[in-house]
Design a protein around this ligand. Structure first.
Ligand code: ARG
Length: 462
């Protein structure tokens, strides 16, 4: 058991208590951020005349040496230390002696952990955004390839009107685009540096907080030292954004699971992204899609857990906040892994165009267009709706569909029906007549694809 704060104590910490209190087993994830923040702090202290050039050089060299030793496996992060901050400081003192003891001047572990966690989260906001962008690029490629892949569109999971696969995928494109926008918002809101807040009330040393902030790529320093050490809003926002990403992935996975079922057969997942059954030789299961759908729960759980942890904490820092780490690390890893495998799964899947088109033709998906046809011939929409309703009932009874009826049969329902009805309610016409922006016709989709291509070339972190 090693700790930095023995002076006031007359007794060793109980072993169980030490382990319960310790965070090194998980905050070792923040190791490189801790080194980076410490280097910036030392450089600033020297600029302000708090450290000599020699002391600063020794500290920076010592920290770089620790980083290298850990990276090369010469130094293990499994040491018996309370947390990653103690680990780095204790190793520095061991390595360079007296100068090492000065690194913590004007700093507390409270602002240090606030900084490390921000640096870590900021990098993963960018990483999440990159992964989302990769998925969007794949989706756009699939959309361009499937402008004429007709399929049924559903409401209430009942066939409603025909759409195209491009259009269906385009809906997810918009969802993941909004997820990226959320990442951008979070990045901009969180990009302020808490270092220099000290334990809670700043420090008496002449720190240049703006300088440290700029060294670490922040927009500037945070403006209230108590808030700086106790703000975890950015984590809550990021977990909420990650939960929304998972909700989108989960909905998409649910559809893939349905489409991959024996009943639908719209899609066949690549062997590399499917799994077999240990007993049923015929099975090829969509385990990956199911797992992503399942993992959504743990990401929501992380958001709920942190909101609950934070709700009763008085200002400023309290140890409760250490609980932000494991769940954040887990949620981030879960979402990044999910995005990566999902992108691979969707980009290697095969879509059965014939099956989809056939399915789009069944289920009276052209009923609205048949009603619209009558409206164009002067029948009020409400009457047209009634006529087509009766027509559908007739077809159901005869086990047929509207476009298979003869013109004489159709005329029994309305004398407005003419032979041009067949073209008007063909699958192609039902889709291609929907020209409004955002609708499924090729023409409307091409415009959307053009807009989204431009969007994908823009940089959102400037
Ligand atoms: N391990 C702590 C955390 O994650 C670091 C800050 C400790 N500060 C303190 N005053 N005990 O929050």
């Amino acid at each position: 058991m090693a700790q930095l704060w023995g002076g006031r104590f007359t007794k060793e910490t109980d072993e169980k208590v030490f382990a319960f209190n310790a965070s090194l087993p998980f905050d070792k994830n923040l190791f490189s951020q801790d080194i980076e923040g410490s280097i910036a702090h030392a450089v600033m202290l020297e600029k302000q005349g708090v450290l000599t050039a020699e002391e600063k050089d020794a500290i920076v060299k010592g920290l770089a040496g620790i980083r290298e030793d850990v990276e090369k496996g010469r130094l293990s992060l499994e040491e018996n230390q309370e947390d990653v901050h103690s680990f780095v400081e204790a190793n520095l003192i061991q390595r360079i002696g007296e100068a090492g003891k000065k690194l913590h001047t004007g700093r507390s572990r409270n602002d240090q952990v606030a900084l490390d966690m921000r640096l870590y989260t900021r990098a993963h906001v960018v990483r999440t955004d990159e992964l989302l962008k990769g998925l969007l690029e794949e989706l756009l490629r699939l959309m361009e390839e499937n402008l004429d892949t007709y399929m049924p569109g559903f409401t209430h999971l009942q066939k409603a009107q025909p759409v195209t696969l491009a259009h269906h995928l385009g809906a997810y494109f918009e969802m993941f685009k909004r997820d990226r926008l959320r990442c951008g918002d979070i990045y901009r809101r969180m990009n302020y540096c808490p270092l220099g807040a000290g334990a809670l009330a700043g420090t008496t040393y002449p720190l240049d907080r703006s300088y440290t902030a700029s060294l670490l790529g922040f927009e500037g320093p945070t403006l209230n030292s108590m808030d700086s050490v106790s703000d975890r809003d950015y984590l809550i926002e990021f977990l909420a954004a990650l939960s929304t990403v998972m909700m989108h992935l989960s909905r998409f996975c649910e559809e893939i699971i349905l489409w991959n079922s024996n009943e639908y057969r719209f899609i066949e997942l690549d062997d590399a992204y499917s799994t077999g059954s240990s007993i049923m030789p015929q099975k090829k299961n969509p385990d990956i899609a199911e797992l992503i759908r399942g993992k959504t729960g743990r990401v929501y759980g992380a958001l709920m857990a942190l909101l609950t942890t934070m709700k009763g904490i008085p200002l400023a820092y309290n140890k409760d906040m250490q609980e932000d780490k494991e769940l954040t690390f887990d949620a981030i890893r879960t979402v990044e892994d999910s995005l990566e495998v999902f992108t691979g799964m969707i980009s290697t899947a095969r879509f059965n165009r014939e099956v989809m088109a056939k399915s789009a033709m069944n289920g009276f998906t052209n009923a609205t267009d048949a009603a619209d046809y009558l409206v164009n011939k002067g029948v009020p929409f409400r009457d047209a709706h009634g006529i087509i309703g009766r027509l559908v009932l007739y077809c159901l009874d005869k086990n047929t569909c509207i476009d298979a009826l003869s013109i004489d049969e159709l005329k029994n329902f309305s004398d407005k029906f003419e032979p041009d009805i067949y073209d008007a309610i063909s699958l192609r016409a039902c889709v291609e007549k929907r020209l409004t922006l955002g609708a499924p016709s090729r023409k409307a989709m091409e415009e959307v694809i053009r807009i989204n291509k431009t969007y994908l070339t823009e940089d959102h972190y400037e």
